[in-house]
Design a protein around this ligand. Structure first.
Ligand SMILES: NC(=O)c1ccc[n+]([C@@H]2O[C@H](COP(=O)([O-])OP(=O)(O)OC[C@H]3O[C@@H](n4cnc5c(N)ncnc54)[C@H](O)[C@@H]3O)[C@@H](O)[C@H]2O)c1
Length: 312
């Protein structure tokens, strides 16, 4: 018998592609997508969907019982740039949604749980290059504080209650199927859309802002791989560093110019520059490589090729 999976926040940038990937693997009927809003037409047509508020424990419990859910992927969150504008709403959503699913697992109503953390757990005092799994963190954004707290709670629920929770610290994610949802690395998606539509882009980060990034296919593969790894191999129950590539706005512009020579970039940094400046430039993910065999497949060149080909 196939296991039943629930994705909460399934209509966002990651959730949409994760839903398709899990449906492909486990069968459409066995993967229940949910969100507080409807998703794109392809997602809605591809299998079961429930309107669900991640901050409502009873509502999640009802869906879990109804579909006999075994695994939950919690993708609902308020992202870094938006969270700076609505700090208390971000804290409420990011923390209470996590407690809801951790408590469902503690009560043995689900058996396994994925919750994503972020490179935003690091802060201005973190060593910037090749940032280690265990290092100074001290996040300086509302979002980063919620992710770091979330990591501590995940580890606590594993140690105290044996909750099988798994997590990765995603870098900035680049995708073409769904637009990003209000993060600091959104520029690396917008730039491809603008390059094709207008042959120019005004970037909200400075040209030399080097950040860790990843193409969505790699992120989805990492997510599914860590969930399929035997529990005893998952040594880190807070969240694993995860890396693929690092680039700055000037480098991504150059890679686009290889395909669209007339493309021009200009720079108008806004409040997101300060967030970006507090994050690492590159990430050391040797623990993910060793513990569950992580290896990225997409570099900047391949990412640009995929983005332009699919957005055209
Ligand atoms: N995209 C990235 O670059 C990135 C990087 C690091 C970490 N992450 C993390 O990955 C996860 C998913 O990110 P994303 O980029 O897909 O975000 P997104 O903003 O694109 O999607 C989030 C989804 O959650 C839904 N949502 C909001 N409030 C909800 C609620 N109360 N109940 C149910 N659903 C609700 C939204 O409607 C949206 O569809 C988040 O935890 C995020 O912090 C993302």
């Amino acid at each position: 018998m196939q296991k039943s999976i629930l994705i909460i926040g399934a209509c966002g940038q990651i959730g949409t592609e994760l839903t398709f990937a899990l449906r492909e693997k486990h069968g459409n009927e066995n993967v229940i997508a949910s969100d507080i809003r409807e998703g794109n037409a392809d997602l809605m047509a591809s299998g079961p969907f429930e309107i669900l508020d991640a901050t409502n424990y009873e509502a999640i419990e009802n869906v879990v019982m109804h579909y006999e859910i075994e695994e939950v992927y919690l993708m609902a969150a308020m992202l870094s740039a938006t969270a700076e504008k609505f700090p208390m709403r971000a804290w409420n959503l990011n923390m209470n949604s996590l407690f809801n699913v951790l408590n469902l697992a503690k009560e043995k109503k689900i058996s396994k749980l994925f919750w994503p953390s972020s490179i935003a757990v690091f802060g201005p005092n973190t060593p910037k290059d090749d940032t280690a799994q265990n290092t100074i963190m001290e996040p300086s954004t509302v979002y980063g504080i919620s992710k770091q707290s979330g990591e501590r709670w995940c580890e606590y629920y594993f140690n105290k209650f044996g909750v099988d929770v798994r997590s990765v610290r995603y870098p900035g994610l680049i995708s073409w199927k769904t637009l990003p949802g209000g993060g600091t690395t959104d520029y690396a998606v917008e730039i491809y859309h603008k390059a094709l539509e207008e042959k120019q882009y005004s970037c909200f980060l400075k040209e030399d802002t080097l950040l860790p990034m990843m193409f969505m296919d790699d992120a989805i593969r990492a997510t599914i791989d860590i969930m399929e790894t035997p529990a005893e191999k998952i040594k880190i129950r807070s969240s694993y560093n995860l890396a693929a590539m690092s680039f700055n706005p000037s480098q991504i512009a150059k890679s686009i110019q290889q395909h669209i020579p007339e493309f021009k970039i200009s720079y108008a940094p806004d409040f997101r520059q300060q967030i970006a400046d507090s994050w690492p430039s590159s990430i050391n993910d040797s623990e993910a490589q060793e513990d569950w065999g992580w290896k990225p497949a997409f570099d900047l060149e391949k990412t640009t090729h995929e983005m332009l080909k699919n957005l055209k």
